[in-house]
Design a protein around this ligand. Sequence first.
Ligand SMILES: Nc1ncnc2c1ncn2[C@@H]1O[C@H](COP(=O)(O)OP(=O)(O)OP(=O)(O)O)[C@@H](O)[C@H]1O
Length: 242
Amino acid sequence: MTTSHSGPLAINAADLHKRFVLHLQGGLELDVLRGANLKVQPGACIALVGPSGAGKSSLMRALYGNYRIDSGSIRIAHDGGMVDIASASPAEILAVRQRSLGYVSQFLRAIPRLSALDVVASSAIARGIDENEARRQAGAMLERLRIPAALHTLPPITFSGGEQQRVNLARSFICDWPTLLLDEPTASLDPTSRDTVCDLIAEACNRGSAIVAIVHDPALRDRIADRSVRLENGATLEEIPA
Ligand SMILES: Nc1ncnc2c1ncn2[C@@H]1O[C@H](COP(=O)(O)OP(=O)(O)OP(=O)(O)O)[C@@H](O)[C@H]1O
């Protein structure tokens, strides 16, 4: 594990490069990250913007350790130090994900047959919350995100797209993540649910969470982000005021 003294940053990603070689396409090479940089302080919300295919989701997956980068460093605040996700072992990445780094992908991936309440509560239990208290908090969070009580005991597999996204968000916002990555957090949501998610983001930042959110809608960006980082052709080109 690469650890150093804790600095003021929650994320310090520098000069990231990632190339995919598509062997089934005659070795076609795709440079998805070509010099991406990202610094995020605790308590800040950064909007990741840029055209479709620019590499936003790839950057987020690299930050979470799902995509192994070819060069660069991804330092994430963890247990009072900084861990370089790019060189950390799988066990170290797991520890960072358990305690320091949350990620809400666009789609819910849950264990089949687990009820919505259990999906959300298990996230809190994994972070050390007592089981009864976790279930109470899970019910409250689902209610806040307007998942009807009748659905709490059902597995979310049959839920609508927006309901699944809200269960996914509830599962992360029930925990107090030091750093949280959100991939288009309101893509399938109605205006009222969007408002709730904006409130949850603001509350998390006020508690000191660092948040990076992929956002396509400029109005949403203006509501939630302290600043924006633009990605084009795999490179962070500019930072524009939100
Ligand atoms: N696992 C992969 N294998 C091959 N190519 C990939 C892989 N993941 C991403 N890419 C390619 O990387 C490029 C960037 O994709 P990415 O999903 O990061 O873009 P994006 O900016 O998030 O786009 P969008 O806004 O449309 O979601 C695309 O050309 C995509 O096809």
